[in-house]
Design a protein around this ligand. Structure first.
Ligand SMILES: Cc1cc2nc3c(=O)[nH]c(=O)nc-3n(C[C@H](O)[C@H](O)[C@H](O)COP(=O)(O)OP(=O)(O)OC[C@H]3O[C@@H](n4cnc5c(N)ncnc54)[C@H](O)[C@@H]3O)c2cc1C
Length: 412
C-alpha cells in the first residue's frame, strides 16, 4: 500500500488526504492544531463558482492612488511591511497585465468549474448538507457607474464561461433581504455559488470522514519533516512517522518550510480579518459591499464580517482599522448586533504572483509534493485541486491540465 504524510489540515490538506485515501493510500494528516482552525476557518465560506477569473492586481492609477493614500478599505498596507512584499507584488503586477491574466483565467475557469462538483461528493459522504446553502452570493452597489460596470463585466463572464447571474434593482434586493436598511442603486446576484454556514465545521466534517474511513490525524510540527533513505519522516506528538511521500499543504506557511529544502517560493500574503455578531438582524445570503471592502455572511454563529486584503509583515500585530471601517459600513446596512469575539481574528490568503496555486511534485526531491497557494479561493478549490494532486501522485490522467500549476514555474 502506498503511504503519505500530508502536512497541514486546512481545506487543502484535508481534501488531499481524502482523495489519496480514496485511491487506496495509507495517509497520516499532521497539523499543530485541530483541522480547519486557521485560514480555512477565517474566510467568508463561499464556494465561488463565479470566480472564473482569479483576482488580479488593479492597474487603474486612481485605485492605486486611493490605496496608497489609505482611502481604500479593500486593500490596506503598512509601509514598514512593504519591502518584504515588494518582489511577490511586482510579480503579481506583471501577471495582472491583460494577456497574462487571460492565460491564467483559462486554467482557472476550468478548475473552478470542477470545484462545486468535487465538494458535493465530500458533502454527501460526510453528511454535511446542513452546513451548505445553495442560494448564491450578492454584491451591493452604491454608485450607478459601478453597478453598470459590474453588470457589463458579469455579462462578459456569462458569454465566455456560462456563469449565471441576475441584476437586481434596489426594490428586488429589499424584497429578497428585508433586513437591509439601504439597498444602494442595485445588486448583482451570482446564482451558482454555495455558502458554508461554518467554514471550519465543513473542514472538520471532511476530516471526520477521513478518520471514519481509517485515516489518522496527528498533532505535530511540520518543520520536523526530514528525508529518510526511502521516503519522508515527521515527529508527531505521539512519535516518529514515516511514509514514502509527503505533501506540503501548509497554506501561507508553506514557503517557510520549503526554504529548508532549497525552494524559494514568492507569495503575496494578504491578511484578512473576521468577526461574528449575534442578536441583530440576519441576511439570507452573503453580501459583498465592494465600496467598503468586506463581505457580510450569515453563519451558524451569527453574521460574520470578513475584510479585504491587508499587506502586513508576517507575525505583525493585528491592526483592526479595516474591520472597524467594515463594521461601521455594515452597521448602516443591517442591525449588526453585538460582537461575539472580544477581539477580531485574522488569517492570511496565500496568493501566488501568477494567481494560480502550486500543485505538483517538488522538482528536486523524490516523493515530496506541493499543494498550496490557493489565494482568495482555497476554500472553494480544495477538493478540486486535491483531486488533481492525488491523480498526479497516483500516476493517473488528471481531470484537468495540471501544467499551469506545476511548481517548476517558480523553482527548478
Ligand atoms: C478573510 C478571508 C476570506 C476568505 N474568503 C474565502 C471565500 O469566501 N471562499 C474561498 O474559496 N476562499 C476564501 N478565502 C481563502 C481561503 O480561506 C484560503 O485560500 C484557504 O483557506 C487556504 O487553505 P489552506 O488549507 O491552504 O490553508 P490553512 O487553512 O491555513 O491550512 C494550513 C494548515 O497548516 C497548519 N500549519 C502551518 N504551519 C504548521 C506547522 N509548522 N506544523 C503543523 N501544522 C502547521 C495550520 O495549522 C493550518 O491548519 C478567504 C481568506 C480570508 C483570509
Amino acid at each position: 500500500m502506498k503511504s503519505a504524510i500530508v502536512l497541514g489540515a486546512g481545506m487543502i490538506g484535508v481534501a488531499t488526504a481524502l482523495h489519496l485515501q480514496q485511491r487506496g493510500w495509507s495517509i497520516v494528516l499532521l497539523d499543530r492544531k485541530e483541522p480547519g482552525r486557521e485560514t480555512s476557518y477565517v474566510n467568508a465560506g463561499i464556494i465561488q463558482s463565479e470566480a472564473v477569473r482569479p483576482y488580479e492586481m488593479s492597474h487603474d492609477w486612481r485605485e492605486i492612488a486611493n490605496i496608497a493614500l489609505g482611502r481604500c478599505n479593500k486593500v490596506r498596507y503598512h509601509l514598514a511591511a512593504l519591502p518584504r512584499h515588494l518582489g511577490p507584488l511586482l510579480g503579481y503586477w506583471w501577471h495582472s497585465f491583460p494577456v497574462r491574466h487571460a492565460r491564467a483565467s483559462e486554467a482557472y475557469a476550468q478548475i473552478i468549474g470542477c470545484a462545486a462538483r468535487e465538494h458535493e461528493v465530500f458533502i454527501r459522504q460526510s453528511n454535511a448538507r446542513h452546513l451548505i446553502r445553495r442560494d448564491g452570493f450578492r454584491f451591493l452597489y452604491r454608485q450607478q457607474s459601478a453597478f453598470e460596470e459590474a453588470v457589463a463585466a458579469a455579462e462578459s463572464l456569462r458569454q465566455a464561461y456560462g456563469v449565471k447571474f441576475s441584476p437586481m434593482s434596489p426594490s428586488d434586493l429589499k424584497k429578497a433581504e428585508p433586513a437591509l436598511a439601504d439597498a444602494g442603486v442595485g445588486a448583482l446576484h451570482w446564482l451558482e455559488p454555495w455558502a458554508a454556514l461554518d467554514p471550519g465545521a465543513l473542514v472538520s466534517a471532511y476530516a471526520d470522514l477521513f478518520m471514519r474511513l481509517g485515516g489518522r490525524i496527528v498533532r505535530g510540527d511540520a518543520q520536523s519533516l526530514a528525508k529518510t533513505g526511502s521516503g519522508w519522516s515527521v515527529i508527531a506528538d505521539d512519535g516518529r512517522m514515516e511514509a514514502e511521500a509527503a505533501v506540503v499543504a501548509l497554506g501561507p506557511w508553506s514557503p517557510d518550510l520549503l526554504k529548508r529544502f532549497g525552494y524559494w517560493f514568492p507569495m503575496v500574503r494578504k491578511r484578512g480579518y473576521y468577526r461574528h455578531y449575534a442578536g441583530g438582524s440576519r441576511l439570507d445570503v452573503p453580501l459583498c459591499d465592494p465600496a467598503n471592502g468586506y463581505v457580510l455572511a450569515p453563519m451558524a454563529k451569527g453574521a460574520r464580517i470578513t475584510t479585504g486584503a491587508e499587506l502586513a509583515a508576517p507575525g505583525a500585530k493585528p491592526d483592526f482599522s479595516q474591520l472597524a471601517h467594515a463594521e461601521q459600513a455594515a452597521g448602516k446596512l443591517i442591525m449588526l448586533g453585538r460582537p461575539l469575539e472580544p477581539e477580531p481574528g485574522y488569517g492570511t490568503r496565500p496568493c501566488m504572483p501568477d494567481m494560480l496555486p502550486v500543485v505538483g511534485a517538488a522538482p528536486r526531491h523524490r516523493g515530496l509534493w506541493l499543494h498550496f497557494g490557493h489565494g482568495h479561493q482555497g476554500f472553494t478549490l480544495g477538493p478540486a485541486t486535491g483531486r488533481v494532486i492525488a491523480e498526479l501522485m497516483n500516476n493517473e490522467v488528471s481531470m484537468t491540465n495540471p501544467l499551469p500549476y506545476r511548481p517548476e514555474r517558480y523553482c527548478i
